[in-house]
Design a protein. Sequence first.
Length: 388
Amino acid sequence: MLYDFSFQNPTRIHFGKSALNKLPQELNEYGPNVLLVYGKASIKKIGLYDQVMDILKACNKNVVELAGINANPRYTQLLEGARLVRDHKIDLILAVGGGSVIDCAKGIACAAYAEGDVWQRYYVNQESVTNQVVPVGSILTMAGTGSEMNSGSVITNEAENLKIGRVYPLALVTPRFSILNPEYTYSVPKYQMVSGIFDVFSHLMEQYFSGNDECTSDYLLEGLMLSLISASRKALIDPKDYEARSNIMWCATMGLNKILAVSKTQDWEVHMIEHQLGAYTDCAHGIGLAIISPAYYRYIFRDGLHKFVRYAKHIWGVEDHGQGDEAIALEGIARLEAFIQELGIPATLREVGATEEMLPLIANSTELGGGYKQLNQDDILIILKTCF
Ligand code: NZQ
Ligand code: ZN
């Protein structure tokens, strides 16, 4: 653990089949006005909307609704929510849904009492938030992003063709509480389920593929990768396998609540590229990550060879027969690619709606430099062409 760190995560987690029973005690901590934020249709289909409304009524809350949040939430929706918070003097924003709904709720929380152009200030310029922020709570219905226990808020500005992630200070928008019942995820369509699974896998790899030291975080990350692979295979066979779905959900929450990132520089380049891909194609986040990842890792692996060898051996069981480190590392990446195929995820950008003309525009994404190789836009364009 070579780099100094401070760690605190303020989210209270209620996990399991009876987790919703904890909602009343959480609601008691806030005033009467609640903004209920949710997506298009799923929470009504699975009966969760009625259950939550009954609890809100029993707790004497005045409920204002913001429905229809898009997968890849839009900046216009964030502004609409901010207006509702001001107009109704909202005391708590309750997000019920997947990462998109929770991310939007966090954006609303910061935007409601902000002055000026929130997009420019908080997403493009990443300015500090000094205005009042409204508390957020969440009820998670889809495993993937980790938004239920982190302070990330990824918003798409359609007018500007930009999808930007903001990691707000933890204390501001990380959900005060999150209710995690794996049974809610049974109804997630397979395409979204595998998108979420790969999102988690990518979060783990983005943190893992950095650094040259012997770091406890890497051992924890390997443990989660192994658990996720095992649980995913079971969930593919039986989507209602509670044990599998609960393990996937917890891997997702643990995968991006910062505990695994301590003392790591972390990569996140695949995410930066995917966010730009998403801005142009509106593709499901995890699907985009899965298409980009093998091409990206084949492009950079020589710069972090020791770690890619370790990954091949520890995660995918590649055996050393004296074939050499490069061959071992490449076999690890090939097994990752095979796992992506096993999940049934498309292999090319074309299949998610990217065109050749878009590639240079997508390549215009942020280069972070925390991983093994500092990329420039020419590098990213080569990677994009490889998986086009
Ligand atoms: O709109 P509804 O009807 O709710 O349908 C949603 C949506 O169409 C559906 N769904 C969710 N729960 C369901 C369900 N369908 C049936 N049954 C259920 N129980 O699934 C679809 C996708 O939902 P979404 O919330 O978009 O998925 P996800 O959780 O993958 O969130 C993706 C967004 O999060 C961002 C992504 O970029 C993307 O915008 N990310 C957020 C991060 C963070 N906050 O830290 C980090 C991630 O890396 C990621 O960038
Ligand atoms: Zn992600």
